[in-house]
Design a binder for this molecule. Sequence first.
Ligand code: NAI
Ligand code: MN
Ligand code: ZN
Length: 337
Amino acid sequence: MKSIVIQQPGKLMIETRPLPHPAAGEVRVKVSYAGICGSDVHIYHGHNPFAKYPRVIGHEFFGYIDAVGEGVDSARIGERVVIDPVVSCGHCYPCSVGRPNVCSELNVIGVHRDGGFSDYAVAPAGNAYSVPETIPDSLASMVEPFTIAANITAFLKPTPQDTALIYGAGPMGLTVIQVLKGVYGVQNVIVADRIEERLQMACDNGADRAINNRQQSVADALAAESIRPTLVVDAACHPAILQEAIHVASPAARIGMMGFSGEPSSITQQSITSKEISLFSSRLNSHRFPQVIEWMSQGKIHPEKLVTHCMPGEDVEAAMTLFEKDQRACCKVLLKF
Ligand code: NAI
Ligand code: MN
Ligand code: ZN
């Protein structure tokens, strides 16, 4: 089989590898579609602190089960599945409280172990979720990015009365916007980005109002209309944003963060406590696949609005370059295997 391997930072190869055998409790998936994510690009460039090399990247993928390991029901062969990349131990403290995404021995498929940019991939059977016929093959790999939005919004508990502010109109910001509108019915969703084309996409994905904060700061734009967001999500993840988010937020607001920057943010206790702001962080997803699959089949979220490109797997290098360099034209880029 062919696999897309990052042999070491900066070195991508399409390797011929032997077909993997599913271990006990695992399934083997014949991959048909996989989505490129920022973290794949980070592993390629050596900017992901968790990655070990060589690594088959890809954690957003869909395919058909074609073999099962010992202890897995052979009736699953032929099943259309998406794979939850979060592999956890099941017995540590976070696992025991339903948060396997921060398991003490967390293994993320495509990061800590080999992933889905490959003709075939293996995963624990419990990580392979059946996809109903209502979701086409070409969109099923979009379940994973929406689980990130499902996870952070589960902490934030949005209501229709909220005025939401989303920083960043990349894939993450757009999935959050869709979930706020389509699942939680939030009436007023404001998005901030510096790229006009991305703001346009955010409006196409349901945002009610767009702020280009290259031209005007978010604080000034909101102050001009006396808007105080009650819910803020930082899906742009620059360390300077948290301070501004706290400043513009309404008293009693909730703020969600998802960034991994190692740079300090400059915030004071007073700015948070005086408004009794709740701060939540969110990483990957904790068992959110069934929920997102349901939302997608019910038409509450629309993955097709995020997919701008689909390219053959062998064109991965061109696809990753396009994804990275052309943020005006690209949102989600899929690979077909
Ligand atoms: P992206 O790079 O495609 O999008 C980020 C967007 O934010 C861009 O459109 C950019 O123009 C905009 N932006 C940058 N600085 C800004 C600022 N100061 N104000 C307003 N907009 C600004 O990235 P993507 O894929 O949407 O991911 C966003 C972030 O989410 C990344 O930092 C990524 O590491 C993080 N992430 C976190 C996850 C988690 O589980 N916690 C999972 C996936 C991604
Ligand atoms: Mn991803
Ligand atoms: Zn654990």
